[in-house]
Design a protein around this ligand. Structure first.
Ligand code: HT7
Ligand code: ZN
Length: 874
C-alpha cells in the first residue's frame, strides 16, 4: 500500500462548483447519477489540459458523458481506485452513472443499510464508494440530492439542506429533492431513507430566526429523544453566547442509526448518530450515557462552524476541526456541569489512553506527516491531544484573546478549506503574540516529560524552580527540540494556603517553559513552600517531582487547585500500588501503607468537597493508568495489587463507606442533573466498596438491583455483583443477567450494556466470550456489539485476556481477521491492545507479537489493518 505525505500536497487540477446527485434506491441495488460542473484550477500551471482523475471504488460504472456526449469506454481509463477522463475544455459538465450495492456494504462507509434503512457515512473517504468524484476536502461544491424510492418502504427521505421538491411519480415511486445552499466537501454529504418516526422541536436564534429541529428514529424509540433535543438547544445557545456563532439553515436534523463505526457524524444540516450516542430515557440510560449524549450532540453541532463552514484543506489537518471541536465541547460540558470534574475526567482520559498511544508504535503528531489509511488517524492524539493544544493557546492568549482569535479565524476563512497553520496565525494576529515555538506541538509526537527540582533560600526568602524538559524518541522522530509549555504553578505554605506570587497577589503563575532547562525565581517567599505543579493540567506533559507520600497526603487535603488535589491522591495510590506489584511479584505477603487508609478516611469524614469531586477522589487509579506508570507491564500483578488495596480499604473503612452510602441513598425521582448525578455516583462508589467488604454489601447491591428506579443505580448494582467473588454474589449476578436480558432483549442499547458488563466481568473467561458470540444478542456486523463484547474483553478484562497461554491474544487476532473482510475500520481499531506488545513482560510481549505476525501473513489485508500491524512490528 502507498504512503501519502503532507509534503506532497498539491491543489487539485480541477474544481467542482456544483454537484447534482440522483439516487434510485432499490432492494437489490441503487443507481446513482452524478452531474458535476467542473472547472480548471487556474492557480496551477498546465501545459495542456490534464485528465480529470476521479476517485471511486467498489462500484459498477454504467456510463459517462462529458457535456452530454457519451464517452466510449475506449476513451477513459478505469482502475479499482480511479476513473480518468479526457478533457478538452476548461469548463464542462461530467455526468456519471454508477450502480452500487448498499445491501452488501458491511464496511459502513459510503451508502449502506442499517436494519431497514439506507444511510451514509462519507468521512473520510466514503463518498468514493457512492460515485466517482474528487474525494478530497479542498474540493467544495454546492450540492443537490434527488432521491427516488418506494414511499411505502421509505416514507422518510432526507439529505443535506432544504427540501425543495416532493412529488409522487406515475410508477408509484416518490421523488424528493434537497438543496444545500452552502458549498461543502463531499465528506459532509448525507442521505437517509427509511420508515422513521420524527420528534420535532424548534430553536429561535439570536437574530430571531426559527430553526426546525427534527430527530428521526425507529418508532419504538420516540420516547428516547427528549434529552438529545434539550442538549442540542443548549449547545445552539452556548455557541451563540460564547463564540457568537449562529446556526445558518432553517432546519437541523439528527438521525439515529444502529450500525455506525464511530459516535456520530456532522453532515451539513443532517447529523447521523450512532443510536447509543443519542437515545436515552431514565429506565434504560445511565448518567454516563446522558452526559455522553450531551457532549456528542454538542460536538457535532459545533462542527457546523468548526469543520463545515471552515473545513480542512487535506486530511493531515484533521485536528483543525477535531481538536478545536473537542475543546469547544469540553468547555460546553464544563459550563453545563462541574468544571473541575470535567477537567479531571479529560486529563485522566488523556493520560490513561493517549499517553500510551504517543509512546507506542503508531505514535504520530497532532498534525501527522504521512498516512497509509486516513481512517487510522481518527485517534486520541488528533482529537484529545489536539484539544489540549487548543486549550494551551486559550490559556496563553486568555479568554477574550481567544474569542478575538476565533472571530478572526471564522470571518477570514468562512467557506474555505484551511490548515492548522491558518488557525494558529489567526490566534497570533488577533492577539499580537508569537506562537513560533508553540507550533512544535503540531509537528512533534511524543509526551514531554518535565523534571522539576527546587531550592529554598531562607536567608533571602527566595525560592527557585528548575524545570528540565525532554521528550522520548518516537517512530521517525529520534531527536526533539524543546516545546513551549505553559506551566501553571502555585506555592503552598505549611498551613495549606496558597502564597501570593507577585505584586498583584496572584497565587497561580503560568511559567513559559521554552528551553530544555530553565530556572524560575520567586522572591519574598516567607517559608519553604510545597509546589503545586502544572495546575489544572496546564499542558499535556508528565511531571516528575520527588514528592514524599506525606507531602502527597497534604496536597490531597490542601491544594486549592481541584485537578492537583485529585492528582495528589492518584500519585499516592499509584506509588503504593506499584510497591504492592513488586511485593506480589516477589511472592511476599501484601502489606498496605496505612497512610492511604488515613487519607481515604479523612476524605470520607472530614472533607468539604462537593459530591462529584469526592467521588473522583475516592476512585483508585485504573489498572490502565497504573500500567502506564510502570516500566514493564505485568497485568495480572497490577490487577492483584489494586484489588488488594480496594478490599483493604473496604474492610478498614466499612463504617465510613456505609454512613456515606446511607446519606446519599435518597431514592429521589430520577433526573439527570449535575447535582443528582454526583449524588448517585458517590452512593454507587460507596456501594462498590461495601460489596467488597462482606455479604451485607452483596445483599445491599442485590436489593438496589431489584428496587432501583433508574438505570444508573440498576446497572451499577449489576456490574458490582458481576465482579464480586462470593457464591451468593455469583448467583445474584446470574439471576440479574437473566432477568435483564428477558426484560430488554428488544432494546439494542440495553443489549450492548448486557454484553459489555459480562465481557468486562472478572469471572468471564474466554470460553464464556466465545459462547456469547454465538448468542442471538451478538452480531459481528454491528460495531456496537463488537465493541461491547470483543472490545471490552480485550481492553478491560485484564485477567482473562492476558492469560498465560496467549489464547486471549489469538482470539483477538482471529476476530481481527474476520473483521478485516467485513469492516476494516473496526478491525484495525480492535487491534490496539496487542500493538503495545513491547510494553509487556517478555512472555506476553512475545505472544502478542506472534499474533501480529500471523495477521501480517494474511493474503488480503486491508490498508487499515496492514498499516497498524506493519507499524507495530517495525
Ligand atoms: N467527524 C466524524 C468522524 C467520523 C468518522 C471517521 C471515520 C470513519 C467513520 C466516522 N464516523 C464519524 C465524527 C466527529 O468527530 O465528529
Ligand atoms: Zn468531531
Amino acid at each position: 500500500p502507498r504512503t501519502i505525505y503532507l509534503k506532497d500536497y498539491q491543489e487539485p487540477d480541477y474544481w467542482i462548483d456544483q454537484t447534482d446527485l440522483t439516487f434510485r434506491l432499490g432492494e437489490d441495488y441503487t443507481d446513482v447519477t452524478a452531474v458535476l460542473q467542473v472547472r480548471l484550477n487556474k492557480n496551477k500551471q498546465h501545459e495542456h489540459l490534464p485528465n480529470l482523475v476521479l476517485d471511486g471504488t467498489d462500484m459498477q460504472l454504467l456510463s459517462v458523458s462529458i457535456d452530454n456526449q457519451p464517452l466510449d469506454s475506449s476513451l477513459y481509463s478505469l482502475t479499482t481506485e480511479n476513473l480518468s477522463l479526457p478533457v478538452n475544455a476548461e469548463q464542462f459538465t461530467a455526468t456519471i452513472n454508477t450502480r452500487i450495492k448498499p445491501q452488501e456494504n458491511t464496511s459502513l462507509e459510503g451508502l449502506y443499510r442499517s436494519n431497514d434503512m439506507f444511510c451514509t457515512q462519507c468521512e473520510a473517504e466514503g463518498f468514493r464508494k457512492i460515485t466517482y468524484y474528487l474525494d478530497r476536502p479542498d474540493v467544495m461544491a454546492k450540492f443537490s440530492t434527488t432521491i427516488i424510492a418506494d414511499p411505502k418502504k421509505y416514507p422518510v427521505m432526507l439529505s443535506n439542506g432544504n427540501l425543495i421538491a416532493d412529488e409522487n411519480l406515475d410508477d408509484g415511486l416518490r421523488k424528493v429533492k434537497w438543496e444545500d445552499p452552502f458549498k461543502k466537501p463531499c465528506y459532509l454529504f448525507a442521505l437517509v431513507a427509511g420508515d422513521l418516526a420524527c420528534v420535532d422541536d424548534e430553536f429561535i436564534t439570536h437574530s430571531g430566526r426559527k430553526v426546525a429541529l427534527k430527530l428521526f428514529t425507529e418508532a419504538t424509540n420516540v420516547d428516547k429523544c427528549e434529552h438529545a433535543l434539550l442538549s442540542l438547544k443548549r449547545a445552539m445557545k452556548w455557541d451563540e453566547e460564547v463564540y457568537g456563532r449562529e446556526y445558518d439553515l432553517d432546519i437541523f436534523m439528527i438521525v439515529a442509526v444502529d450500525h455506525f463505526n464511530m459516535g456520530a457524524m456532522e453532515n451539513k444540516g443532517l447529523n447521523i448518530f450512532n443510536s447509543s450516542c443519542v437515545l436515552a430515557k431514565p429506565e434504560t440510560a445511565t448518567d454516563g450515557t446522558y452526559q455522553r449524549i450531551e457532549a456528542i450532540v454538542a460536538h457535532e453541532y459545533f462542527h457546523n462552524w468548526s469543520g463545515n463552514r471552515v473545513t480542512c484543506r487535506d486530511w493531515f489537518q484533521l485536528s483543525l476541526k477535531e481538536g478545536f471541536t473537542v475543546f469547544r465541547d469540553a468547555e460546553f460540558s464544563a459550563d453545563m456541569n462541574s468544571r473541575p470534574v470535567k477537567r479531571i475526567e479529560d486529563a485522566n482520559f488523556l493520560r490513561t489512553m493517549q499517553f500510551p498511544e504517543d509512546a507506542g508504535p503508531t505514535s504520530h503528531p497532532v498534525r501527522p506527516a504521512s498516512y497509509i489509511e486516513i481512517s487510522n488517524f481518527y485517534t486520541l492524539t488528533v482529537y484529545e491531544k489536539g484539544a489540549e493544544v487548543v486549550r494551551m493557546i486559550h490559556n496563553i492568549v486568555g479568554k477574550e484573546g481567544f474569542r478575538k482569535g476565533s472571530d478572526l479565524y471564522f470571518s477570514r476563512h468562512d467557506g474555505q478549506a484551511v490548515t492548522t497553520e491558518d488557525f494558529v496565525k489567526a490566534m497570533e494576529e488577533a492577539n499580537d503574540v508569537d506562537l513560533a515555538l508553540f507550533r512544535r506541538w503540531y509537528t512533534q509526537s511524543g509526551t514531554p516529560v518535565v523534571h522539576v527540582s527546587d531550592n529554598y533560600d531562607a536567608a533571602n526568602k527566595r525560592y527557585t524552580l528548575t524545570v528540565k524538559q525532554n521528550c522520548p524518541p518516537t517512530p521517525g522522530q529520534a531527536e526533539k527540540v524543546p516545546f513551549h509549555i505553559p506551566f501553571a504553578v502555585g506555592l503552598i505554605d505549611a498551613l495549606g494556603n496558597d502564597m501570593p506570587l507577585d505584586e498583584q497577589g496572584n497565587t497561580t503563575l503560568v511559567l513559559d517553559v521554552k528551553e530544555a532547562e530553565q530556572t524560575f525565581t520567586f522572591n519574598n517567599i516567607s517559608e519553604q513552600p510545597l509546589p503545586s505543579l502544572a495546575r489544572d493540567f496546564s499542558a499535556p506533559v508528565k511531571v516528575e517531582y520527588p514528592y514524599t507520600r506525606d507531602q502527597l497526603m497534604f496536597l490531597m487535603s490542601h491544594d486549592n487547585d481541584g485537578f492537583n488535589r485529585w492528582d495528589a491522591g492518584q500519585k499516592l495510590a499509584v506509588d503504593i500500588i506499584k510497591e504492592l506489584v513488586e511485593q506480589q511479584r516477589a511472592g511476599m505477603t501484601l502489606a498496605l501503607d496505612e497512610r492511604l487508609v488515613t487519607a481515604y478516611k479523612s476524605l470520607l469524614t472530614g472533607s468539604s468537597l462537593d459530591k462529584a469531586m469526592l467521588t473522583k477522589m475516592l476512585a483508585l487509579p485504573s489498572e490502565d493508568y497504573v500500567a502506564e506508570e510502570c516500566d514493564v507491564i505485568y497485568p495480572l500483578s497490577i490487577h492483584v495489587a489494586r484489588d488488594f488495596v480496594r478490599r483493604t480499604l473496604a474492610v478498614k473503612l466499612h463504617k465510613q463507606f456505609k454512613t456515606c452510602f446511607d446519606a446519599n441513598n435518597t431514592q429521589k425521582a430520577y433526573q439527570p442533573t449535575a447535582e443528582d448525578i454526583a449524588e448517585r455516583s458517590l452512593k454507587n462508589i460507596c456501594l462498590s466498596y461495601l460489596t467488597l467488604a462482606d455479604e451485607q454489601g452483596i445483599e445491599l447491591s442485590w436489593q438496589q438491583y431489584q428496587q432501583a428506579n433508574n438505570m444508573t443505580d440498576r446497572f451499577s448494582a449489576l456490574s458490582i455483583l458481576e465482579n464480586a467473588v462470593s457464591v451468593k454474589a455469583r448467583d445474584y449476578a446470574e439471576q440479574a443477567l437473566a432477568s435483564f436480558y428477558q426484560q430488554w432483549q428488544r432494546d439494542a442499547q440495553m443489549i450492548e450494556q448486557w454484553l459489555s458488563v459480562q465481557a468486562g466481568g472478572e469471572y468471564t473467561d474466554l470460553e464464556k466470550i466465545q459462547q456469547l458470540m454465538q448468542h442471538n444478542a451478538f452480531d459481528m456486523k454491528n460495531p456496537n456489539k463488537v465493541r461491547a463484547l470483543i472490545g471490552v474483553f480485550a481492553n478491560r478484562n485484564k485477567v482473562h485476556f492476558h492469560r498465560d497461554d496467549g489464547a486471549g491474544y489469538a482470539f483477538l487476532a482471529d476476530q481481527v481477521l474476520v473483521l478485516n473482510r467485513l469492516n476494516p475500520q473496526m478491525a484495525s481499531r480492535l487491534l490496539t491492545p496487542i500493538t503495545r506488545w513491547r510494553r509487556y513482560d517478555e512472555m506476553r510481549g512475545a505472544l502478542m507479537k506472534e499474533q501480529l505476525q500471523r495477521i501480517m501473513k494474511e493474503k488480503d489485508l486491508s490498508k487499515d489493518v496492514y498499516e497498524i500491524v506493519s507499524k507495530s512490528l517495525k
